[in-house]
Design a protein around this ligand. Structure first.
Ligand code: NDP
Length: 281
């Protein structure tokens, strides 16, 4: 018997599972497509229904794969895509959103994010997001790779406070946001989507992580995900095209790590003692 995936409530009231699914690197290689589609469908079956994609991934290829996977079950997913910063003018955002909708084979996104900050004024991007929402093309909008200063600036523009999430790099080896950005988002009730939650695999051989995982007959990836699942308002979105690893990631929800073992991991992956600039991948 597995524990249910806990949920996180977005500012607009939508309740989403706190463990999602990433699609970066999908749709880039034809022979892998079937496996990728199967993985997205299994993610939905397992309740990891927040499906994160972007116009950037595979140059639209990832959105096409997601479309295939959701063909007969769009409503099972909480679908997230992103506009590239150089497309994020008022008109450009609206055009990019429609192009994503076409590739995704749907008439709406559940969440649309500005992928990272660029040269276009935030007012213009936010105005386009609001327009898309009014027109029913998106249910909510948010940002990605925004540090505290960016969030404060966002909150100073008209309708900027309607931001629903901030998606940032966050994992055991990248804890900088715990100093200020995570508390800021928690205080403003803006969930944080944690991207690269297992550091694209690079932390999985860390001896302390391996040691703690063994003590729970778990894998290092599961402990790395459990670390994020413990935190209020945090939604890790691991990517895998491997069905066994996907089930493994889902089962991270069942882990119950002791305070003593969290302390061991704190010693191995220290939390920040001062402000760190937000890192990006
Ligand atoms: P992840 O930390 O999710 O790692 C993905 C890698 O780890 C893949 O190579 C995958 O390989 C492997 N993997 C997954 N699960 C396991 C497991 N249980 N054991 C061992 N290896 C595993 O990195 P991502 O960078 O992909 O981040 C996740 C998602 O976040 C992205 O896919 C994307 O949707 C989003 N993202 C957003 C960014 C932004 O700027 N907003 C930037 C980066 C990512 P395999 O598929 O072979 O299993």
């Amino acid at each position: 018997m597995h524990d249910a995936i806990p949920t996180v409530t977005l500012p607009g009231g939508a309740e989403v599972p706190s463990l999602g699914f990433g699609t970066w690197m999908m749709g880039e290689d034809r022979p892998s497509e079937k496996m990728e589609i199967d993985a997205i469908r299994l993610a939905l079956d397992l309740g990891m229904t927040v499906i994160d994609t972007a116009e950037m991934y595979g140059d639209g290829g990832a959105e096409r794969i997601v479309a295939e996977a959701l063909k007969d079950r769009r409503e099972d997913a909480f679908l997230v895509s992103k506009v590239l910063p150089w497309n994020a003018s008022y008109d450009g955002t609206i055009k990019a959103c429609h192009a994503s909708l076409d590739r995704l084979g749907t008439d709406h996104l559940d969440l649309y994010l500005l992928h990272w900050r660029g040269e276009h004024p935030l007012d213009d991007t936010v105005a386009a997001m609001e327009e898309l929402q009014t027109a029913g093309r998106i249910r909510a909008w948010g940002v990605s790779n925004f540090d505290v200063e960016d969030m404060e600036e966002l909150f100073s523009v008209a309708d900027g406070k309607n931001c629903a999430v901030n998606q940032v790099l966050y994992n055991l080896s990248r804890r900088g946001i715990e100093f200020d950005l995570l508390p800021w988002c928690q205080e403003h009730q803006i969930p944080v989507m944690a991207y690269s939650p297992i550091e694209q695999g690079r932390i999985l051989h860390h001896p302390e992580l391996v040691h703690v995982a063994k003590a729970y007959q778990a894998t290092p990836a599961q402990v790395a995900l459990a670390f994020l699942l413990e935190r209020e308002g945090v939604i890790p979105i691991p990517k895998t095209s491997n069905l066994r690893r996907l089930q493994e990631n889902r089962d991270a929800v069942d882990l119950d790590i002791s305070d003593e073992d969290w302390s061991r991991l704190d010693a191995a992956f220290p939390p920040p003692a001062r402000k760190m600039p937000l890192e990006m991948l």
